[in-house]
Design a protein around this ligand. Sequence first.
Ligand SMILES: *[C@@H]1O[C@H](CO)[C@@H](O)[C@H](O)[C@H]1NC(C)=O
Ligand SMILES: *[C@@H]1O[C@H](CO)[C@@H](O)[C@H](O)[C@H]1NC(C)=O
Ligand SMILES: *[C@@H]1O[C@H](CO)[C@@H](O)[C@H](O)[C@H]1NC(C)=O
Ligand SMILES: *[C@@H]1O[C@H](CO)[C@@H](O)[C@H](O)[C@H]1NC(C)=O
Ligand SMILES: *[C@@H]1O[C@H](CO)[C@@H](O)[C@H](O)[C@H]1NC(C)=O
Ligand SMILES: *[C@@H]1O[C@H](CO)[C@@H](O)[C@H](O)[C@H]1NC(C)=O
Length: 401
Amino acid sequence: MKSPDFVSLLADSHSRRSCFCSLVPATSLLCLVFLLGNAFIAPIYKEKLSIWGMTDTLHNLNFNKCKNQCRPNGSEALPEGIVSKTSNLEMRPLWGFPKKNESSKVNLFAVAVGIKQKDLINKMVKKFLSNNFSVMLFHYDGKLDEWKSYEWCDHVLHVSAINQTKWWFAKRFLHPDIVAEYGYIFLWDEDLGVESFSPQRYISIVQSEGLEISQPALDPAKSVELHHQITARGRKIVHRRIYKHGESGKGCDGSSTAPPCTGWIEMMAPVFSRAAWRCVWYMIQNDLIHAWGLDMQLGYCAQGDRTNNVGVVDAEYIIHYGRPTLGGGVGDGNKTSSSAKGHTVKTKNISSTEKAPSHSHSHFKGPRVDVRRQSYIELDIFKKRWEKAVQEDKCWVDPYK
Ligand SMILES: *[C@@H]1O[C@H](CO)[C@@H](O)[C@H](O)[C@H]1NC(C)=O
Ligand SMILES: *[C@@H]1O[C@H](CO)[C@@H](O)[C@H](O)[C@H]1NC(C)=O
Ligand SMILES: *[C@@H]1O[C@H](CO)[C@@H](O)[C@H](O)[C@H]1NC(C)=O
Ligand SMILES: *[C@@H]1O[C@H](CO)[C@@H](O)[C@H](O)[C@H]1NC(C)=O
Ligand SMILES: *[C@@H]1O[C@H](CO)[C@@H](O)[C@H](O)[C@H]1NC(C)=O
Ligand SMILES: *[C@@H]1O[C@H](CO)[C@@H](O)[C@H](O)[C@H]1NC(C)=O
C-alpha cells in the first residue's frame, strides 16, 4: 500500500471516532483515550462544539459544553481542575520535597527478574539508573531479600508475584495513565547483556529516527540464541526490514510491507514510546500472560506506518544469553528457547513445523514444556480473538489491508 492511502485511511478513522465522541457523551472514557492518544483531535472537537453551540441558546451551549467534556469515568462529581488523571513511579520523601528535579526521570526501565540472574540484572540496573531512568523490578521468584546487598536496591521499585510473566506484570502495573510521564518504556527480559549499550544514545537514535516501537539489535557473535534474522545486528544505525529468499512469496525484499519482513520486533527487549505503549497496553490481554501473537500486531500501535516507525537499532546493541528463566531450569541446557518469557513466536508456519508439544513428546517433562504448550494455546486464542474483534467492529478499518 502506498503511504498517501495509508494516511487518508487513518485520518478517516480518526474523524469518525471524534464525531462519535461528541454524539455519545456517555462514552467519555473512550473519548479520553482518543484525546490522549491523538492530542490533535482536541482542537477539531472544540471547534465543532462551538459552531454547534452558536446556533443554540446560551443555556444549551453551557449545558452541552459541560456534558460533552471528555472526563474520566467517575470523575464527573469533581471540579475538573482537581482531577489528577495520571501518575508516575517516583518515590517521594515523607516530608519536604524531592531534591532532584521531578522532571529528571523521563524514561522507564522495567524488567522481570529472578535471583539466579542477579549478575546480569545488577549490570542492567546500574546502567539504567545512571542514565536517569526509573527502574522497576518484577520479581517472579519471591526472593526479594537477596537483592538487599545491592546499593541500588532501595532506589528501585520492587513488585513481587510468584511465577508471573513480564506481560502479566506489565498489564497490571504499567497502566498508561500510571506511566504517562515517561517518554520511553523499556520492557525487557532478564538474560540480556548491556556491556556495549548506552540507554541515552539509544533514546537519541530512536527519537531522531522516529521509531515508536523498537529494540536494540542482538550481537550475533556473543548471543546464545538468535531466533529471528531481523534482530541480528547490522552495519547501519538502524534497520527496519530484512531481505531473504523464500519459496512462493514467503521471502522478504524491499517491497515487503508486513511482519516478519518489516514492521516487526521481538518481544525480548522492546522499547515503546509513550503513545505506542498506550496502545500496546490495551492490546495485551489480561488472561494471555505469555503474550504470544502480540508481536505480529505491534504495527497497529506504531502511530503511523509500521514500516517506518518500527525498527531495530544496530548502533546500540545487546547480548542475549538465552538462560533458562521463569518456567525453566530443569536441566534443559541453553539450546531450548526461553519460551517462558513470551518472545519466541516463530515466524514460520506454526501448524506445519512447530506443533505444540504433543503426547509424542511426553518424554520431555517439566514446566518448560508446559509453558511452551500454554504459549501456543494462547497464541491460538489471541488470533481468534483478534479476528472476532475485527469482524465485530464495523467502524474499524485495517490500515494494512
Ligand atoms: C462508568 O462507570 C460505571 C460504573 O462505575 C459504568 O456502569 C459505566 O458503564 C461506565 N461508563 C463508561 C462510558 O465506561
Ligand atoms: C525543574 O525543571 C523545570 C524545567 O526543566 C523547571 O521549570 C523547574 O523550575 C525545576 N524545578 C526545580 C525544583 O529545580
Ligand atoms: C541525569 O540527571 C542529572 C540531573 O538532572 C544530570 O545532571 C545528568 O547529566 C543526567 N545524566 C544523564 C546520563 O543524562
Ligand atoms: C512456581 O513454578 C515452579 C515451577 O517453575 C513450581 O515448582 C512452583 O510450585 C510454583 N510456585 C507457585 C506458588 O505456584
Ligand atoms: C550454553 O551452551 C554452551 C555450549 O553449548 C556453553 O558453552 C555455555 O556455557 C552455555 N551457557 C549457559 C548460560 O548455560
Ligand atoms: C500453515 O500451513 C497450513 C497447511 O500447510 C495452512 O493450511 C495454513 O493456512 C498455514 N498457516 C499460516 C498462518 O500460514
